[in-house]
Design a protein around this ligand. Structure first.
Ligand code: SAH
Length: 231
């Protein structure tokens, strides 16, 4: 795992100073995954590539040094916690609706000495009530289709900030179907960036959306409505 991480981070143009922390994170993930459902990916080389390098690849497309970032539906910490480990100046909030996953994230942060990471148990559409338009950037991977995800994420981003959605390379239709939602929520598609996870054949896509206007106060709606009637 160490070698894969060093080579992969190098290929992404990132420092490998974070490798020991990532190795420890993988140990904690593997250990806790035996007693609760955190990830279906369990082989060390797969954790290195499909979780760690996939998450870190985002930093090559969008440098986030110094930015306040929220990871919506972070699960076991992807991509958010990897971004913070690879880019220590990032100010991170990890948000998830499942309390046990958030407990795990708190344990990892304590173990790694990451005292400034906020681990929040909550739903994005409810968290927006008190944290509207406060983040430079919202990131999210594998949480919901883009029209739904945009309503969970864009209200949290300040005007001038960004919403970064990690998707598959076959997300053209999903992106077209989300254009209206993105516009209604005050966003604008900047570009998509397809990238290969170093050391693998796997290609993923980052969808980069800029928040250019305030999100109308009526959004986000309650989750039942978001889901039943995506924008
Ligand atoms: N981002 C992680 C986890 C994906 S699984 C990864 O890529 O590995 C989706 C996660 O989103 C779950 O942990 C689920 O609890 C969380 N989630 C789903 N809807 C949410 C919402 N509305 N607010 C916060 N978390 C949510």
């Amino acid at each position: 795992m160490e070698r894969l991480l060093r080579q992969g981070l190098g290929a992404l143009g990132l420092s490998d100073a974070c490798v020991p922390a990532l190795v420890r994170y993988a140990e904690l993930l593997t250990e806790r995954n035996r007693v609760m459902n955190l990830t279906a990916i369990t082989a060390p080389e797969d954790i290195a590539a499909l979780h760690f390098l996939d998450s870190a690849a985002l930093l090559r497309e969008v440098p986030l040094g110094g930015a306040s970032v929220i990871d919506v539906g972070t699960g076991a910490g992807f991509p958010g916690l990897v971004l913070r480990i690879a880019e220590p100046s990032l100010r991170l909030t990890l948000l998830d609706a499942l309390g046990k996953r958030v407990d795990f994230l708190r344990d990892v942060c304590a173990d790694l000495g990451l005292t400034d990471v906020a681990c929040v148990h909550g739903r994005a559409e409810e968290f927006a009530a008190d944290h509207r338009e406060t983040f430079d950037c919202a990131v999210s991977r594998a949480v919901a289709p883009l029209p739904v995800l945009a309503e969970l994420c864009l209200p949290l981003v300040r005007v001038g900030g960004q919403f970064l959605a990690m998707k598959s390379v076959s997300s053209d239709e999903e992106l077209s179907s989300a254009r209206r939602a993105i516009g209604l929520l005050g966003g604008e598609l900047v570009r998509t960036a397809d990238y290969a996870i170093p050391g693998t054949e796997v290609r993923h896509r980052l969808i980069i959306i800029r928040k250019c206007r305030e999100t109308p106060k009526k959004y986000p709606r309650i989750f039942a409505k978001i889901k039943k009637n995506p924008l």
